[in-house]
Ligand binder design. Structure first.
Ligand code: FCB
Length: 441
């Protein structure tokens, strides 16, 4: 099961936590649906013991959470804030006591605001600060953690944050987004050097993109979109540098002068595992048309992604295509040969309701999970070294720009009372992981 700090913890003003870019962004009018914030979220900061007990009851074997950098270094640099470290110490101990493997992610988008004030991820120094922060967290938890994830979805942090302006810090400049891409990857490489115990990986949102038709415009747009979503991160991580075609595309925007000697070597330090977050794939066209899009690409790419007709979509408008996961895993194995792959996120939002019977009947989520787990197993059977599968998410939580309107949890949260109610999918998943081969709802 997976969550992240800002999406579940709440307690933003407690125990010396500093301000993050998400605290700031949520206060900008019109940025978050219903002007929601993560101030309280699921209050996991105070309720972690109950949440760990709930996972243990369900039979969950691993919990991926993230460490909030501003709890550890309120200003993003300098000495550790001990109460912040103590919280993650208690969480890790509670998980280990219950036999649930802790998988901390060091960065799931909550950059200390003080570092953003100095340029954030567009500023190279942030990568150096991140390595110092990683060393502090590693020093405190090493020995009790076997799997570390440096970054979550650097594409989202760089491009939704600095290019498309949909996420914090809300900037809209492709040059900044490319610099942020590089500095995030550099931060990963520098942090991976200091995290010297356990296995270290990075979680990427990999989103295969193919053309909607064989029209050359669509083919070209899909090629750029595919490079942007995938190779822009995979190629440097696996020692191939940045994809030339994409660098050429952005030539008017930047000469990539921020890539200094030695950076590509630092980024390409071998991964113990590649974390894959899979939610969707793209059918790309070069012709814009009205209607909901599956995702957004930089305007200069002239690429638009629409759900194919007849394919069911989730509450996010993302097409449900489990076979895309099998294909992706096989492609990664073939093209990059990572030693191990862990699916670090997969799941879906639906418009769940707590019924009068006190039950959330989320049969669609059960089907979704069943089909995606089967798709992952098909890749395993085809020889992909798949070592784990984590579901997003344990709890309904703060879904970034969508606020609390999108429910991804296997456990329903009443955000007024903080009551947790396992949905039918949680019961189903618990039986699955206990090897009981449960029927569909
Ligand atoms: C991923 C994020 C995660 C959550 C899911 C739905 O992109 O890593 O925090 O928002 O999407």
């Amino acid at each position: 099961m997976a969550t992240s700090a800002y999406q579940v913890e709440g307690a933003v003003g407690e125990d010396g936590r500093g301000t993050s870019i998400w605290d700031t962004f949520c206060r900008k009018p019109g940025r978050i649906r219903h002007e929601d914030t993560g101030d309280v979220a699921c209050d996991q900061y105070h309720r972690y013991e109950d949440d760990v007990a709930l996972m243990a009851d369900l039979g969950i074997g691993a919990y991926r959470f993230s460490v909030a950098w501003p709890r550890i270094q309120p200003e993003g640099r300098g000495a550790a804030n001990q109460p912040g470290l103590d919280y993650y110490r208690r969480l890790v101990d509670a998980l280990n006591r219950r036999g649930i493997a802790p998988l901390p992610t060091l960065y799931h988008w909550d950059l200390p605001q003080s570092l953003e004030d100095e340029g954030g991820w567009a500023n190279r120094e942030t990568a150096e600060r991140f390595a110092e922060y990683a060393a502090i967290v590693h020093g405190a938890l090493a020995g009790d953690v076997s799997f570390w994830i440096t970054l979550n979805e650097p594409w989202v942090a760089a491009w939704l944050g600095y290019g498309l302006g949909i996420h914090a810090p809300g900037k809209t400049d492709d040059a900044l987004a490319l610099a942020a891409t590089h500095h995030l990857l550099l931060a990963h490489g520098l942090a991976a050097q200091v995290v010297s115990s356990g296995e270290v990986g990075i979680s990427l949102n990999l989103e295969p993109a193919g053309p909607e038709s064989d029209d050359p415009g669509d083919v070209r747009a899909a090629r750029l979109a595919d490079l942007h979503m995938n190779a822009l991160f995979l190629d440097p991580l696996f020692g191939r540098g940045y994809p030339n075609e994409l660098v050429e595309h952005f030539r008017d925007v930047t000469d990539m002068g921020f890539v200094l000697d030695g950076d590509l070597e630092a980024i390409a330090r071998p991964l113990d595992f590649l974390g894959v977050n899979y939610y969707r794939r793209h059918r790309v066209t070069a012709s814009a048309r009205p209607g909901p899009r599956v995702g957004d690409f930089p305007a200069s790419m002239g690429a638009w992604s629409f759900a194919p007709p007849g394919v069911e979509v989730t509450a996010m408008g993302w097409p449900i295509e489990p076979e895309g996961l099998t294909d992706l895993l096989i492609r990664l194995h073939r093209d990059y040969e990572p030693g191990r792959i862990i699916v670090t996120e997969n799941g879906a939002a639906f418009d769940d309701e707590l019924g009068a019977d006190g039950i959330v009947h989320d049969a669609r989520r059960i089907s979704f999970l069943r089909d995606h787990i089967a798709a992952a197993c098909a890749a395993l059977a085809a020889g992909v070294p798949l070592a784990g599968f984590l579901v997003w998410s344990l709890l309904d939580n703060f879904e970034w720009a969508e606020g609390y309107s999108k429910r991804f949890g296997l456990v329903h949260v009443d955000f007024t009372t903080q009551a947790r109610t396992p949905k039918e999918s949680a019961r189903w998943f618990g039986r699955l992981v206990r090897g009981e081969d449960p029927p569909l709802a």
